[in-house]
Design a protein around this ligand. Structure first.
Ligand code: PLP
Length: 386
């Protein structure tokens, strides 16, 4: 089946009299009548569940669906994207190493590296992964590399294929945060990543109504991640798993529409008053255009950004005037939202650090939704006085 069909069906095997929509199973524990049977289920020799922290039918359906879509042998779902990152990092690097990460890394991941892992001996090292020479030098020293398919907020696309080759040559594991692209647009494991992870809070769920994470990879790595997630306890609850699977069913149509809308808005934004620069990986002038067209042939999803002349005051004026579009510090929902990196994702950085990334007081990140593109464009146009 094609990925669009797999998104609709993956993770479940329907038989006569199966409920078409999955039952929600909130049970924390399961009943057994035979000690050998219990033992076999715990050892994984027989199918079934015994305790909700270890496994649950709703979580298992979601995990199987994500594994299928990512082209992975297995997946494990966690309480949030951060829980997935924590478990994935400790699985790929169980003892302290130098961790080379993209310099635009999501702020929460950077904080995890600096505030939780650095005190344990891990050495975070941030590089521009779109600079392949700098990346090659950094990979020589690395014990783990962390990349994002599309960076936040300026939507650069590093050459994951080239980075995976460098990592493989040095025997360094590569962890890819595929939150912005989803497996419908990019499958990093096929490019050579060791583990791929998502904040399922974003596009996989897609409706801004759950917090969840998931990681996928080969059976050995995910087996280790699963026992670590069960041990440390940050596993996903049944209802959020049920909601995430429900969201996943429409992933293909949503990502297609997000991709079309973000490109339409980016193109229209170029000529709006006060807009100094538009960041979208598939615009002709984007430095990532070549890599993005190769790695994201079906579109780049809903993320884009723009720089407004007049800084924070101009952004505040625009937010007051927007009618359809709202300010909300997340992304990936069906509705168009904007975020202001200076006080959201990049607030822990100094103004100089943000400036080095190209993020200024006029930078606005947009998570373009699935509304009619004319309505989204018209709302920004009226808010900017076009
Ligand atoms: N990775 C990326 C790219 C994100 O944008 C986020 C959250 O914004 C996370 C990871 C963390 O995910 P969560 O908020 O589900 O823990």
């Amino acid at each position: 089946m094609k990925p669009s069909s797999r998104a609709v069906h993956a993770g479940r095997h329907l038989e006569a009299r199966s409920p078409l929509a999955p039952d929600l199973s909130p049970a924390s524990v399961y009943v057994f009548t035979d000690l050998d049977d219990y033992d076999a289920v715990v050892r994984g020799e027989r199918p079934g569940h015994y305790y909700g922290r270890n496994s649950n039918s709703n979580r298992q359906m979601l995990e199987r669906a994500v594994a299928d879509l990512e082209g992975a042998e297995a997946a494990v779902a966690t309480a949030s994207g951060m829980a997935a990152l924590h478990v994935a990092i400790l699985t790929l690097a169980p003892s302290p190493v130098m961790v080379v990460a993209t310099r635009e890394l999501y702020g929460g991941t950077a904080a995890l590296l600096r505030q939780d892992l650095e005190p344990l001996g891990y050495e975070p090292h941030f590089v521009d992964l779109t600079d392949l020479d700098a990346t090659r030098r950094a990979v020589q020293q690395a014990g783990l590399v962390i990349a994002e398919t599309i960076t936040n907020p300026l939507c650069a696309v590093p050459d994951l294929e080239a980075i995976a080759t460098m990592c493989r040559e040095r025997g360094v594991p590569l962890l890819v945060d595929n939150t912005f692209a989803t497996p419908l647009l990019c499958r990093p494991l096929e490019l050579g990543a060791s583990i791929v992870m998502h904040s399922a809070t974003k596009y996989l769920g897609g409706h801004s109504d759950l917090v969840a994470g998931v990681m996928a990879g080969d059976a050995t790595a995910i087996g280790a991640a699963r026992t670590r997630a069960a041990r440390t306890g940050g596993i996903l609850g049944p209802f959020d798993a049920w909601l995430a699977l429900r969201g996943l069913r429409t992933l293909d149509v949503r990502m297609t529409r997000h991709s079309e809308n973000s490109l339409a808005l980016a193109q229209a934004m170029r000529s709006m008053p006060g807009v100094a620069r538009v960041h979208h990986p598939l615009l002709d002038e984007s430095p990532s255009r070549g890599v993005a067209s190769r790695l994201l042939p079906h579109g780049s999803g809903g993320m884009m950004a723009f720089d407004l002349v007049g800084g924070r005051d101009a952004v505040q004026r625009m937010i007051r005037r927007l009618e359809l579009v709202t300010f909300a510090a997340s992304l990936g929902g069906v509705e168009t939202t904007i975020s202001y990196p200076e006080i959201t994702s990049h607030r822990s950085m100094t103004a100089e650090e943000r400036a080095a990334l190209g993020v200024g007081p006029g930078t606005v990140r947009v998570s373009v939704g699935i509304e009619d593109p004319d309505d989204i464009i018209a709302d920004f146009a009226q808010a900017l006085g076009a």
